[in-house]
Design a protein. Structure first.
Length: 375
């Protein structure tokens, strides 16, 4: 490794210099600043582009914990078995990590500097200290999980990792099937690393991560577990409007075992929802998860919210949270207007399974909550 490459690797571990580069919006200013940091006085823009292209093609092995303070791992490339990095700024406040990633990839720095690391190298240099999430949120999708997770994002000291595709993609790659626990702990550690001031880590899983609930509980035995459910007719109606990734049959599936033989979309979706119900029933039987229905969620009092999440709110945060419950979690600033599902939108078998699960929901104070609607 020549001196220039060594200086570049050192730059990747320097938070202050990276933030200065991230603040540049013109190629000329970016080049001038990079020339100073690399001690390359006569660096031209064309030389810079060639050099950075060469560096982006080489895997980076983080040399210290400072790298993790600077960079957020955001994507997994199965063909290389590698992880791609994005410069970390403020903690995520968007409904999904995908939104946070998309917003931060638009900078000039993100265009020019695109480090990646081999996952095997990250395992080899991983620190033995592992992050312990405070709360894991499992759900079927369209059950209010985004509403709940986003209501916690403004809370001081709280970091919400909402539907990490990096984690899901690694856990469903058969190459790593013998190291999933180690990898899950490592990836949560790396994705929360840029914000050590956040002592409460909340993870909202992807809906299909429910198929690996045993792995999550084994990796993080001390975390509180929530599982959000909702009337199947409402879920299926939502997926008819815009189907989630796990609710369409595709060549590269998110399911570990996808043997559904359904000929039409609605039958496939009902079969997948049935599987999610079965995983939920298994999780609930362990006694380590709180089951809550969407109708209960949107009627929670402040005290119940704190009991459910384990987080305390200031007076200003209480006001923000109460307003938040009225909003459409996926459409910023818009009030939520639910569409009433028809009874025919789901099979009697699904309705019955939901009814049985709902009977196991946490018994919140009956004086503060209206009864759940009949199925």
């Amino acid at each position: 490794m020549n001196d220039l490459t060594q200086r570049y690797i050192k730059l990747l571990h320097n938070r202050q210099q990276l933030q200065q580069l991230a603040a540049q919006h013109s190629m000329a200013h970016f080049c001038d600043l990079l020339a100073r940091y690399l001690d390359w006085p006569d660096l031209t823009e064309q030389q810079m582009l060639t050099f950075l292209r060469q560096q982006n093609a080489r895997a980076v092995v983080p040399a210290s914990a400072e790298f993790n303070r600077c960079w957020f791992p955001y994507a997994y490339q199965s063909n290389q078995q590698s992880v791609r990095w994005l410069l970390a700024n403020e903690k995520p406040q968007q409904p999904f990590l995908a939104d946070y990633i998309a917003a931060n990839r638009q900078s000039l720095l993100a265009t020019l500097i695109q480090p990646y690391s081999l996952l095997a190298d990250l395992l080899a240099v991983a620190t033995p200290a592992k992050v312990a999430p405070a709360l894991l949120i499992f759900h079927w999708s369209r059950t209010g999980s985004t509403l709940l997770a986003s209501s916690m994002m403004p809370v001081a000291g709280c970091l919400v990792l909402s539907e990490s595709m990096l984690i899901s993609d690694v856990l469903t790659d058969p190459v790593w099937q013998d190291r999933t626990k180690e990898l899950l702990q490592l990836l949560v550690h790396l994705q929360s690393g840029p914000w050590p001031e956040c002592s409460s880590i909340i993870i909202k899983t992807n809906a299909w991560d429910l198929q690996q609930w045993r792995l999550w509980q084994t990796a993080f035995p001390d975390a509180k577990n929530l599982c959000l459910i909702r009337q199947p007719a409402a879920i299926l109606r939502s997926h008819q409007h815009e189907a989630g990734r796990h609710m369409v049959k595709q060549r590269v599936t998110v399911w570990l075992d996808d043997n559904c033989q359904a000929e039409d979309l609605i039958t496939y979706q009902q079969q997948k929802l049935t599987q999610l119900m079965q995983f939920t029933a298994q999780l609930v039987k362990t006694g380590n998860s709180t089951l809550i229905d969407y109708q209960q969620l949107i009627q929670l009092s402040n005290a119940q919210w704190q009991q459910l999440t384990g987080l305390a709110l200031s007076d200003s945060e209480i006001m923000t949270w109460q307003q938040h419950l009225k909003l459409d979690a996926k459409n910023s600033g818009q009030l939520y207007r639910p569409a009433e599902p028809a009874a025919s939108d789901c099979s009697p078998e699904l309705a019955q399974q939901y009814h049985l699960l709902r009977l196991q929901c946490h018994d919140w104070n009956a004086d503060e909550l209206n009864p759940l609607p009949a199925v």
